[in-house]
Design a binder for this molecule. Sequence first.
Ligand code: G3P
Length: 460
Amino acid sequence: DGDVYNYYADGEWKKSSSGKSVAIINPTTRKTQYKVQACTQEEVNKVMEAAKSAQKSWAKTPLWKRAELLHRAAAILKEHKTPIAECLVKEIAKPAKDAVTEVVRSGDLISYTAEEGVRILGEGKFLVSDSFPGNQRTKYCLTSKIPLGVILAIPPFNYPVNLAVSKVAPALIAGNSLVLKPPTQGAVSALHMVQCFHLAGFPKGLISCVTGKGSEIGDFLTMHPGAGMIPLQMELGGKDACIVLEDADLDLVAANIIKGGFSYSGQRCTAVKVVLVMESVSNVLVEKVKAQVAKLTVGAPEDDCDITPVVSESSANFIEGLVKDAKEKGATFCEEYKRDGNLIWPLLLDNVRPDMRIAWEEPFGPVLPVIRINSIEEGIHHCNASNFGLQGCVFTKDVNKAILISDAMETGTVQINSAPARGPDHFPFQGLKDSGIGSQGVTNSINMMTKIKTTVINLP
Ligand code: G3P
């Protein structure tokens, strides 16, 4: 069936024996854009089995050779940036230029991982025993980093390529095999990315990509004994606060609120999701942000509009629910609320209070609440009262205050005088509380996908 994209297993593109497919709805047209195979649990079992045996010989492949293949995959991916970006535009309505950026960034991430991998995996430690009480120098301990085995990666819809390679590349350089379950919205972009790894010449079974319904194979994958006892790394939601002090450069703040709050229509876990501004500067700031919101272009991702349709109808309905709640409870609407299908016009909500859902919940859409505060403590309190703890940012010219606020904010990262962001991709990236487990970033991800192995030489 030429209409349905095949899944990837054992180095081949295959049809599922289920005879079923899953439709991918274009968020802009709200019509079926692509179809992918609905893989079965039996197919997952086979993929896991192949991954297990391919990993054994991959772990013995010299590190420099693993790096060489990754560099090749990175180059092929970049060569194919245009068709892959076109898929991102159709599947997740990412603005055209951002879609290309995602693919190029992914190629760079793969190359960087290959380079970092040969350095940090090429080193081990040597310890002697007589530093610990009661011991003579009779034991020499050698440590090295070994792979974990089979890694399962489940990236989210908002970066189907980049947040896939951020797991694929570290897993492979460290000598693991990889099973990928892409998000359904974004699955075809991910399959194209996998094709680049296929063309680079990785061994059969080392990488596989199974598509299908989360309800059928999701839990089955995450609970599969084939990937048992592998540590979890999770990147989850956020309610990233932007704290604005009286001495802040308000033009800089406004520009960062626009970029941080509205790029990819707010569908980033690192998006600015609540502005906490000191009352004395709030009128001026809100006016500046309002003026820039008015300049945002709204429409189709093909036209590279700033604001594009959100990923699904249910997502749009959820966002609308938050907006209605804020309306009922008396928030100030800086723009009129407007929606057409999955397209929601950018909206700034001023005078938001803690009893409104939008003060705490993550819209994952182009709607941004402003809460006016009377003290720094009030801002920190609101930030820390959230269950989330991904990133936050603070705007001030006083570096001492900025550091103190950063220390007080219970988030994985605090940005001083810029909007939250994951990149550059070698920086550590982690969430506290409900925002995640473990730490990403190229180096941390490679380390996360290894275990320490020690050999002790006992002298007579
Ligand atoms: O929401 C995904 C998260 O990883 C954000 O990445 O680069 O948009 O900050 P970025």
